[in-house]
Design a binder for this molecule. Structure first.
Ligand code: T4K
Length: 371
């Protein structure tokens, strides 16, 4: 098979028609309100809360600062239990708050934090659990909450991948004390860069709003050493436009997912992880696991696709616990994380995005199937 003419990346951002941005730009130019909670920012907060089915949402400049700010909002200190199988921002947010990450292994089917292994990692210093809904798929929220209740721990979900995901008929983002979202260019819903914190009540949202604005509660009062993590008006305008197209974009992702699942489940040695029951998914990622029975190793398949101008990604390899700033931690030892290590060595995320053509997808499938 000839290499694809145009590179096929793991993702490509959806962009609304350019001419639809013009009226928003005009309004920004006329009002000169560029940031600090302007009208588009306020409108997007309202519309997103509505669309996602949550009480309150605070917009931030990116998902990483949303994580950092969420931890500060709940005054988390000491040790926090988290997963090594995620993007490095999850654990970095702990270090930025002077908190020690404690890695706990993942569960082999959902690839999320394994609740059965959490209790053994709790110490007198543990204050919270920071699970990730990896690829947007729900963590075991019920069992995680049970443990949190028994030990008096807070739960903050890194829901960077979970825009629009529903679990048991309601937004997945309602679980835990707070959830954060990412609106990065590579995400299902993008504002170029952007993020949010989903809050259960107005008081918590107010604290987030103060913290994302240097800690200012009013012109003369600073309540905490906050940071500048505000979403600006241009980002918010893009978000308002994206909302018009999001359902169609997710629908196209669903079709691509179905096609991959049908075609690749026939290939010996390729596993397509399933969805937890009761989930309405956003099809943010399409991970496959390259098993021993497949003729190539995961990296062999990764290289083969790259030679054909197709660029899948090994999300999440290496494990966070293998990066230099984490590997000295007692919980980072290999024997503590056997499932995460195995999964990190066989996972490959395939191209999935609304503008992926059927021909391009066929090419990816044919190469994996060895045709
Ligand atoms: N928590 C979790 C669980 C996360 O996954 C992330 C971010 C965060 C927290 C933090 O949220 P943010 O602070 O980012 O809002 C990407 C993203 O940069 C990162 O947002 C994301 N997770 C992570 C999983 O993936 P890279 O290094 O893989 O991105 P990059 O630049 O290689 O992009 C991948 C492909 O996407 C490119 O090959 C082409 C395409 N692309 C990318 C960009 C940026 C485009 O077509 N256009 C673009 O503008 O990290």
């Amino acid at each position: 098979m000839n290499p694809s003419e145009k590179p096929i990346y793991v993702t490509q951002p959806f962009l609304p028609p350019l001419d639809e941005l013009q009226p928003y730009l005009k309004q920004i130019w006329e009002s000169k309100q560029l940031t600090n909670g302007g009208p588009f920012h306020q409108e997007l907060e309202r519309k997103l809360a509505d669309y996602l089915g949550v009480e309150h949402i605070a917009l931030l400049s990116n998902g990483t600062l949303a994580l950092v700010t969420a931890l500060q909002t709940l005054r988390i200190t000491g040790e926090v239990i988290t997963t090594p199988f995620s993007f490095v921002a999850t654990s970095h947010s702990l270090l930025w708050n002077g908190i020690r990450p404690v890695f706990v292994d993942i569960e082999p089917v959902t690839l999320n934090l394994d609740p059965e292994k959490i209790e053994a990692a709790i110490t007198p210093h543990t204050t919270a659990i920071l699970p990730v809904h990896v690829y947007g798929k729900p963590s075991d929220v019920d069992n995680i909450q049970k443990i949190a209740d028994i030990y008096g721990l807070k739960v903050i979900y890194d829901a960077a991948h979970s825009f629009g995901v529903k679990y048991k008929d309601e937004s997945l983002l309602k679980h835990g004390d707070l959830s954060i979202l990412s609106f990065h260019a590579t995400k299902v819903f993008n504002t170029f860069e952007g993020g949010a914190i989903v809050c259960p009540d107005a008081k918590t949202k107010r604290r987030v709003d103060d913290l994302k604005n240097f800690g200012f509660a009013n012109e003369v009062t600073v309540v905490a050493p906050g940071i500048n993590a505000k979403m600006n008006e241009l980002q918010a305008a893009i978000g308002l436009l994206q909302l018009k197209y999001i359902d169609k974009a997710i629908e196209r992702r669903r079709e691509i997912d179905t096609q991959y699942r049908e075609q690749l489940s026939r290939v010996t040695g390729i596993t397509c992880p399933s969805l937890p029951p009761d989930t309405v998914y956003n099809h943010a990622y399409f991970p496959i696991l390259v098993e021993k029975e497949y003729p190539l190793s995961r990296d062999g398949l990764y290289d083969k696709l790259r030679q054909h101008n197709i660029f899948p990604r090994r999300y999440f390899y290496p494990l966070i616990s293998d990066f230099p700033m984490y590997r000295g931690l007692p919980s980072a030892v290999q024997s503590n994380l056997p499932v995460a290590r195995k999964v990190a060595d066989k996972v490959l995320c395939l191209p999935i995005y609304p503008l992926l053509t059927s021909e391009a997808q066929e090419q990816v499938i044919d190469l994996i199937a060895g045709n």
